[in-house]
Design a protein around this ligand. Structure first.
Ligand code: B12
Length: 219
């Protein structure tokens, strides 16, 4: 397994992404997959890194909103292609429900999280962006997950995040909730302290280690 991307041209991939060239992006990713580069490296070291750069270019007026939309759409398509390769048939008896905070439109991070659960054999229910608190709670009611994972990118959504946690806790006092996303680079930890069984996880590498450790403890 290739553990890092140092030998690959990050700028080349990013230029394909910015020019909206799905085919070239896809070819680039397929080369990495054929050379057995770790999925986490592709997700974190290439896709996430590119999107963070694209965010900065957009913020500084160097690319248009349309270019940024196209790039994120290509990343989602690539992830759907990769997903087919990581689906595990031999599932473990564990289930996760994954969603964004209400009003949060950024769903690529939580999709990456979804795929790490899948890679570890979990049953996953990806609700993504546009999920209301009521819909999330009703899904928890019929799916009975072991874990709910919630993503938050924009700090101005912290109040709706807190409301979401409060409502989930009122009905499911002990349910484990994993949280993550860029909003926590700007705070939010005082909210987490108000609730039990909430675990902040910074990225997919940390999540993967956590899930593997969990499984080791059970064996
Ligand atoms: C693509 C994009 C969009 C797309 C999203 C499309 C989609 N399908 O998701 C759209 C166009 C919808 C969008 C909208 C907006 N965006 Co935007 N967007 C981005 C961009 C360029 C990439 C986001 C992304 O996918 N990143 C890559 C993912 C993989 O990274 P990630 O989310 O951090 O996830 C990783 C970890 O955080 C973690 N993680 C994330 N969630 C979770 C959850 C759990 C449980 C765990 C364990 C881990 C975990 O794991 C992931 C992998 O390691 C970012 C730039 C950036 N820095 O990210 C701006 C950015 C996030 N957006 C920004 C802004 C301002 C907006 C808007 C407010 C713009 C506007 N005026 O309308 C709206 C927000 C609307 C809303 N209510 O949410 C700002 C936020 C600044 C801030 N601090 O507030 C950014 C940073 C751009 C910038 N530089 O200014 N955006």
């Amino acid at each position: 397994m290739v553990e890092n991307l140092n030998n690959y041209d990050f700028n080349e991939f990013q230029s394909y992404l910015i020019s909206g060239d799905y085919e070239k992006c896809s070819e680039f990713i397929n080369t990495l997959l054929n050379e057995d580069v770790d999925i986490k490296q592709i997700y974190d070291g290439l896709l996430k890194k590119s999107l963070y750069n694209i965010g900065e270019l957009w913020e500084n007026g160097k690319i248009t909103v349309a270019t940024e939309h196209l790039a994120s759409a290509i990343v989602e398509t690539i992830m759907n292609d990769i997903y087919l390769k990581i689906i595990r048939q031999n599932k473990i008896n564990k289930t996760a429900v994954l969603a964004c905070t209400e009003n949060e439109f950024h769903q690529i991070g939580i999709k990456m999280v979804n795929d790490i659960f899948e890679k570890n054999g979990w049953h996953v229910h990806f609700l993504g962006a546009g999920t209301t608190t009521e819909e999330l709670i009703s899904s928890i009611g019929f799916i009975h997950p072991n874990i709910v994972a919630i993503s938050l990118s924009i700090p101005f959504n912290l109040p709706s995040f807190e409301k979401m946690l409060t409502k989930i806790r009122a009905q499911y006092p002990d349910l484990y909730i994993f949280v993550g996303g860029q909003a926590f680079l700007h705070g939010g930890f005082e909210i987490l302290k108000k609730f039990q069984n909430i675990i902040y996880i910074a990225d997919i590498n940390e999540l993967d280690e956590f899930l593997q450790m969990e499984m080791k403890d059970k064996n």
